[in-house]
Design a protein. Sequence first.
Length: 562
Amino acid sequence: MPKPFTPSSSSAGSPPLTRNHSNGENQRLVFQPETISVRQTWGTYSFALLLAGLFICILFIGTEGRIKWPLIIIGSLLELIPLAIIVNRLLQRRNLPVFDSLNKQFYPQGTRHPESAVSTKDIDHLQIIQIDLMRGCCYELNAVMKDGNRLHIMADGIQQKFIKEARQLADRLSLSLKNGYGEDFVYDPKQDTGPLVPGGSSFQISKLVFRQDSIAVRKTWKFYLFISFFTVVFLAITISFIFDNDTPWFFIAFITVGEVYLLGLFIHNFTQRSYPLFDMVDGMFYPKGFTRDGSGISLKQLDYLQIITERCHEKNNSYDSYELNIVLKDGSRYNIMDHGARKLFMADAKLLSQRLAIPLIDTTTGEHITFDKNDFLKEDIAPMTKGSACFLVIFGLIFFTAGCFAFWMICIRPISGWLASACWTPCEAKVISSDLARSRGSRSGTNYRIQIQYTYQFNGTTYTGSRYDFFRSQMSSNIGVGTMRKIVSDHSEGKEITCLVNPKNPHESVISRDLPIFSLFFMLFPLPFLGIGLFTFITVIRTLRAQKVQADILKQLSENRK
């Protein structure tokens, strides 16, 4: 009896022909009327391009004199690694295997090497080998000749796509498909316990939203907060570098591309409507969201829910990620969600199993997980009384008010003055006094603030001003003290300077419209207070709403049981 296609070590059966493998999407087969060719996917270049761009930025900064020459030499040497990878992949594209359907020829090294061509009549069968990796599996497709030699065709880490293309190739060539043991290849999707989507996250990035008429998958606020944090950081860095004339243009472009990518990722996920959807009224399952093109699947075709535990390894961390898939009666699988918050994951999986009236199976242990009302209530939503809800609202209101006040003082007020001063009138002024004020910091340190007083005449009237710019003159800091000392020394007592005066209110004036880099990072200070306040409000609203929806669902389930 042939062995099923289940995980096995690479040493079992025939060994793999190639060494470079990954569990991602690397290669694919392109079927054309006259040829069948192997092509590389963008994933083979993405990591190398990222490294190349990073090292090029370092080199550009080094040319500006900001990095010492030993680091420039190290960066140059390291730059050769991703460039060599990219060049190697580009050269490999011309040497990938090609099947010539017209002439019945197979070119293992591409059409550029006609001397290596073999007749497809000399191929005995196609062979699939599974290689176990640290984070999943990779699958290799080889052509086994009648004399016993093997020729490599492709390798990829996406199992369903790989098997589909391998079967299609075998059908086009009228060849049999065998496993690494030399036996007929048998693939039972229901025996497949490998992850459908390799990788995962250590926190909850998606969840199930249960309604009376539908069940939908949605991204969580944690996911958007994670992206928003890096978006704000990249935005602050981008703005600071734009106003810093010494920053290389290439580095600004690199950071800007990263900012655009994060914004695009946020907008794409926020506006995406292609998440799996269960329509409980029409009895249909839409793997890519509701569509009217007939892509829905009847709920009667659902066989069971599958839970897969995957161990993910990072540089200094490892965690378990849990994948929930829906398995149809024909063995096809569709991913529902994938994240690492086990408690919330199991709660959603249990309730989905109960709503769809299909089994929930943990493929790691083979256990059939049942729905427990008390366990679900304890794991999913902690009860919230009206008293605790009021306390949390007041708590969040305090933080939100403090954040709004700080945001006004640190962000809105200085920026509005900075923008308005663009049309102010230049005026001659004379410095009366110039000093660097000192104050005690929160950690027994010393903070500094620029204090410059000057007089100027506008429309025949003499005025006195004390504002150097819209940022340094309003806040004390221990960052950029050297720059502050230089500003004070450049504006010594009695020096003639030029200031900008508000023609509508001559009492308002400023010496400089420079935008210091450190002030942009101070603008991030109110965000945690605003975030805590908004998070508290959202948590209270969502918890109360979820409790109501959960109570309605449990009531409906109890009535159905009766």
